[in-house]
Design a binder for this molecule. Structure first.
Ligand SMILES: [Zn+2]
Length: 340
């Protein structure tokens, strides 16, 4: 993730703020287990802590010194990266789905020697749940008698798959999905227009990285405008052929098209029945605003079900144009009930 600093993680809560305080006091624990859902910045946090430890300036992590730059590229001689599929030990084949004990043994060998730069050393383990039980037991022995000046950063989305004996030796940092408002603010600060920032934040499931990638995906926003235009702004049945014609050779985009419809209708459902503000309203014509405010639960859910049905029909490779046309007719039929 770009332009992220340790300070940004303070927004995650007291646990992290307390950790950052101790880090500054030079009292970081020797093993830290970083957990949380996919895409919330666990690896970035591990990297920032590693940079903090290895930085050669008086203001760690400065991001500019030789050590910070090397750490960022995972090229620092005193930063050991263990991840599945990319063996640390030359005895192991590439592409394995687990982290084998040989990798842990190799790490123990490396950390047993004096650090190349004479300072601290970090060991980062990505997808730590991929360690075999044997690997976890070997790691446990090291955590029980950690090498001097070494900090272990153990990153996982599945801490429940790691032996209790290992996790109990670690300080725990849990990264939560980032709040909608936080992601929106991050995007607008980077120059994303408000409306797009809100829509991207909605779809990002708490991941700032995913929101940024989505916000910058021009193809996606073009498709989204087109879907909203065709399905919500068309009122004449005579236009359906024209519309569906534009989609007929784009079966490859079917999934995206249905996903966009699901997100718009899903918004109506959560606004209507979950008490949330419908952030889509500004993008919809008056009849659909009325629909989303006044239609019965049955009507809103029926519309959602139509999208699900279309998805199923496409699995049996029914003609995409025909499916699109039927779906368009459902939307036009419902929307027109709310025209005034
Ligand atoms: Zn530095």
């Amino acid at each position: 993730m770009e332009n992220v600093s340790l300070k940004d993680y303070a927004a995650q809560g007291e646990e992290i703020r307390s950790f950052l305080y101790h880090l500054k006091q030079n009292q970081a624990p020797h093993a830290i287990l970083i957990s949380g859902p996919e895409g919330v910045g666990k690896r970035t946090l591990a990297l920032l802590i590693s940079q903090y430890m290895l930085c050669e300036s008086g203001n760690p992590p400065c991001g500019e010194c030789r050590a910070c730059i090397q750490a960022l590229k995972y090229e620092h001689p005193d930063q050991v990266l263990i991840r599945k599929g990319v063996p640390l030990s030359s005895e192991i084949k590439e592409g394995r789905a687990t982290i084998p004990v040989e990798d842990i043994r190799e790490m123990i060998r490396i950390t047993g020697a004096t650090p190349a730069r004479g300072g601290k050393r970090t060991v980062i383990i990505h997808d730590a749940e991929a360690m075999t039980p044997q690997a976890q037991n070997a790691l446990l022995k090291t955590l029980e008698e950690p090498p001097e000046g070494t900090c272990f950063l153990i990153v996982t989305s599945h801490p429940e798959s790691i032996l209790n004996t290992v996790t109990s030796r670690c300080a725990r940092l849990h990264i939560h999905a980032w709040p909608y408002e936080y992601i929106t603010r991050r995007l607008t600060e980077r120059g994303t227009a408000k409306e797009r920032a809100e829509a991207a934040a909605d779809l990002a499931e708490g991941s700032v990285g995913r929101a940024i990638r989505l916000a910058e995906d021009e193809e996606y926003w073009k498709a989204r405008d087109e879907v909203i235009h065709d399905f919500f702004f068309t009122t004449r049945r005579s236009e359906t052929l024209n519309c569906s014609n534009r989609w007929k050779n784009r079966k490859g985009e079917a999934d995206q098209m249905l996903g966009i419809l699901e997100s718009v209708v899903g918004h109506m459902i959560s606004a209507r029945f979950g008490g949330e503000k419908n952030r889509m309203e500004s993008q919809l014509p008056p009849q659909w605003i009325r629909f989303s405010r006044e239609a019965s639960a049955e009507a809103v859910c029926a519309l959602y079900d139509r999208i699900t049905e279309a998805r199923k029909e496409l699995q049996y490779s029914v003609n995409f144009q025909a499916v699109t046309e039927q779906l368009l007719l459902s939307f036009i039929g419902e929307g027109n009930k709310w025209l005034q």
